[in-house]
Design a protein around this ligand. Structure first.
Ligand SMILES: *[C@@H]1O[C@H](CO)[C@@H](O)[C@H](O)[C@H]1NC(C)=O
Length: 308
């Protein structure tokens, strides 16, 4: 009898051990499965800063991945062909202005000349020797960060004067509740379409993701699909329109020449700081008026830093 009991106890213990090992194995496998099926960390858990870094990394790779499309007339980020944007008139590059119908209504953060002029001068001094006419420099009085469109050229949302006034007032209320941003230049990037971009990070102040969210709330009729990633903070510095002028022996050097140019720009401009204290609501009567010195009406709104 005691022997039977001992056997029974032993088998009970064995069962317990087997059960425990199975449970442990199951748990470990389950954890491994969980980990492997977790979304590749693009979830909402990454910071806005990290999101921008990844975006800028991706933009930086574009030239190598897609090639220099601007050498054979590329398209801009707004799906406009550069060859449609410019013409040579009396030996000078001249924008081809096209009326926007309905006018584009853009909300942009504005960079004052105090910060934009030194950047524009550096860009000019580095690029001018190579691109005589095949380049368009962004007007340094109009450096801006495109944020949110109440109406854009792909999806037009017509508005009456009264509706525009209501929109301006709504944006004004958004601006008054925000403090100026302190930003620093993360890097200069040349896209495959030839657009030279300054890509920025936020040191303090409202994040572009949050700002775009507030603008969307303030502009309920705005196109659902906007033109840019919600995290991006970029300003166009210049647009390359064609081949650089190089001594014959330096021709056909592939993309290295452009990488060298961008590196030169970065060594001068990386880390440069700026403060942004104006939000502009711009009625653009020409497509890309802010970029091409077209016709526009600007409503300047100060970031007031007052408690809403
Ligand atoms: C640059 O923009 C300013 C402000 O809109 C304007 O007065 C000036 O004429 C522009 N410069 C050029 C070269 O178009």
């Amino acid at each position: 009898m005691p022997r039977a009991r001992k056997l029974w106890a032993n088998s009970n213990l064995a069962a317990l051990i087997i059960w425990f090992i199975s449970a442990l194995t199951f748990w470990i496998l389950f954890q491994m499965l969980l980990r492997s099926s977790a979304p590749p960390s693009t979830g909402s858990s990454i910071s806005y800063e990290e999101r921008r870094t990844r975006l800028y990394d991706k933009l930086s790779r574009e030239l190598d991945e897609k090639g220099a499309a601007f050498l054979k007339y590329g398209e801009t980020s707004q799906s406009l062909s550069l060859s449609d944007l410019f013409t040579i008139k009396d030996g000078a590059v001249t924008p081809v202005l096209k009326a926007a119908n309905p006018p584009v209504r853009a909300n942009v953060l504005y960079m004052s000349p105090q910060y934009s002029v030194p950047i524009a001068e550096a860009v000019k001094s580095i690029l001018s020797p190579y691109f005589e006419k095949a380049i368009w420099f962004q007007n340094s009085s109009l450096y801006h960060f495109s944020m949110f469109h109440a109406s854009h050229h792909i999806s037009g949302v017509p508005a009456t004067e009264a509706e525009i006034e209501a929109e301006v007032n709504a944006i004004k209320a958004v601006a008054e509740g925000l403090c100026p941003l302190r930003i620093s230049l993360d890097r200069v990037v040349l896209t495959s379409t030839g657009v030279l971009l300054g890509c920025w990070q936020v040191n303090s102040g409202v994040d572009p993701v949050v700002l775009r969210d507030r603008l969307r709330t303030a502009l309920p009729h705005a196109p659902q699909k906007q033109l840019y990633d919600a995290a991006i903070l970029h300003t166009t510095l210049a647009r390359l329109l064609g081949q650089p002028k190089l001594p014959k022996e330096n021709r056909i050097t592939g993309l290295q020449f452009f990488h060298d140019l961008v590196n030169k720009l970065n060594s001068q401009l990386h880390g440069i700081q700026a403060q942004v204290s104006e939000l502009w609501y711009v009625e653009e009567y020409d497509v890309l008026a802010l970029a091409l010195n077209g016709r526009m009406k600007v409503h300047k709104l100060n970031l007031g830093c007052s408690k809403a």
